[in-house]
Design a protein around this ligand. Structure first.
Ligand code: HEM
Length: 97
């Protein structure tokens, strides 16, 4: 697995978890569609909110870089190497074709 893919997978977990921790520990809460207020199982904790906020912001930038790297890699395979990588990423295709 390429480094960009590892970062994409990590971001898939780190982003929503750190975002949730930030708004809960920061005491902002989550309101779904202006109708349902989610309960706060963490309680307000300033230091956790700061760590979660910076984790969220920095992993957001890491995600952006990994996305750009991933798109660049796929374009290189598709346009220069012409090995059908994009075809293999599409649903319904086998990895060995
Ligand atoms: C896959 C999920 C998520 C992605 C990709 C994502 C991405 C981002 C990005 C790129 C930013 C801007 C960071 C910056 O200031 O440079 C941001 C900010 C923020 N996100 Fe998320 N986020 C996700 C999930 C969540 C969740 C689940 C919550 C809360 C329930 C959340 C709450 C926030 C908040 C409050 C900010 C503002 C941070 C600030 O004070 O600057 N995010 N998010």
């Amino acid at each position: 697995m390429h480094r960009a893919e590892q970062v994409l997978y990590a971001a898939m977990f780190v982003m929503p978890i750190s975002g949730y921790l930030y708004v809960m520990a920061g005491g902002y809460g989550v309101n779904l569609f202006g109708a349902v207020e989610l309960s706060n199982p963490i309680g307000e904790r300033e230091s956790l909110a700061i760590v979660a906020k910076w984790t969220h912001i920095l992993s957001g930038y890491a995600l952006l870089l990994a996305l750009a790297g991933h798109v660049g890699l796929v374009l290189r395979h598709q346009l220069i190497l012409k090995d059908g990588l994009l075809h293999r990423m599409l649903p319904g295709r086998r990895a060995d074709r």
